[in-house]
Design a protein around this ligand. Structure first.
Ligand code: ADP
Ligand code: MG
Length: 292
């Protein structure tokens, strides 16, 4: 793929012997894409995101597995690239919770996004320049959180904290954002706002976004492409609109209940046709699973 931002090739991971959290995963995400990663709990979403960001190392005996981000090696053959630090600065990571330091103000939390590119001593002393603070304010404005800049992070709702975490990734100048279930613990309105902010920075800043989600309705609404995991394997990679409740039932069996959410978010009826022509000039790979 031209201008691939995330390249995962033949990655396997067993935390415990004989049980694969990731089972020979391969995946490529191009610059500017917004891709949903879906799957029931335990399917490997967090593990995959941790492998892409270089927080977890793949199995060594898995052969020649490799993760590359922005053209550089994150890990290969079960070893994290020792020179990964500068690359990490270009990768934003957002977790389900614990994204902010609760006793610090929102502005301070967001301005720490510059830490990857300023001298360590200045960061340690918390000496940020006026320009850096302005940059943080501007990022907060873009996620519609500037009016809370002086407030302690702990006083804000989960959705507001997630938006601030996205602002920090903007200050970081992340070129790719990996978000691991950023809306899992949010009410629908807060979830919608977080997804809209992700979609906006994807569109306006051309930041590549990979977001894991529990519920398919959000993938269908915000992400043109979905990669579906089951038991550590990719079982579907194609247009999100193909993920109708019936198709999900095919892919996941009874587990599909966990993924389907039929509220007002559901896309209109026109998207219920299947099969759908691939939108990205690539074949839809729906790997038939041996269920049972
Ligand atoms: P998801 O994020 O889709 O819920 P995970 O990636 O967290 O799935 O988990 C995939 C599998 O790996 C599960 O079987 C889970 O129990 C296992 N697993 C994840 N993290 C660890 C860990 N640190 N130690 C042992 N097993 C783990
Ligand atoms: Mg998870």
């Amino acid at each position: 793929m031209k201008d691939a931002v995330v390249e995962v090739r033949n990655i396997s991971k067993s935390y415990t012997r004989g049980r694969k959290a990731l089972d020979d995963i391969s995946l490529t995400v191009g610059r500017g894409e917004m891709v949903a990663l879906i799957g029931a709990s335990g399917s490997g979403k967090s593990t995959l995101i941790r492998h892409i960001s270089g927080l977890v190392c793949a199995d060594r005996d898995g052969g020649d597995g490799e993760v590359r981000v922005l053209g550089q090696t994150v890990q290969s053959c079960g070893c994290i690239n020792s020179g990964i630090r500068p690359l990490r600065a270009r990768i934003g990571v957002i977790f389900q919770q614990f994204n902010l330091v609760s006793r610090l103000s929102l502005l301070t939390n967001v301005v720490t996004g510059v830490l990857g590119r300023i001298p360590v001593w200045r960061g340690t002393l918390g000496l940020f320049t006026h320009e850096e603070k302005l940059l943080a304010m501007e990022a907060l404005r873009r996620v519609d959180m500037d009016r809370y800049a002086g407030q302690r992070a702990s006083t804000l709702s989960g959705g507001q904290q997630q938006r601030a975490a996205i602002a920090r990734a903007l200050v970081q100048r992340a070129e790719v954002l990996l978000a691991d279930e950023p809306i899992a613990s949010l009410d629908p309105e807060s979830a919608r706002r977080v997804m809209e902010v992700l979609a906006r920075i994807n569109r306006e800043d051309n930041i590549t976004v990979v977001v894991s989600l529990h519920q398919v309705a959000y993938a269908r609404k915000y992400c043109p492409r979905t990669v579906a995991l089951r038991d550590g394997r990719v079982i579907f990679d194609g247009p999100s609109e193909a993920l109708t409740p019936d198709f999900l039932l095919d892919l996941y069996g009874a587990d599909s209940e966990e993924l389907v959410m039929d509220d007002t978010l559901e896309a209109p009826a026109r998207q219920r046709n299947f099969p759908v022509a691939p939108t990205r000039g690539e074949p839809v790979r729906a790997v038939a699973m041996a269920t049972g």
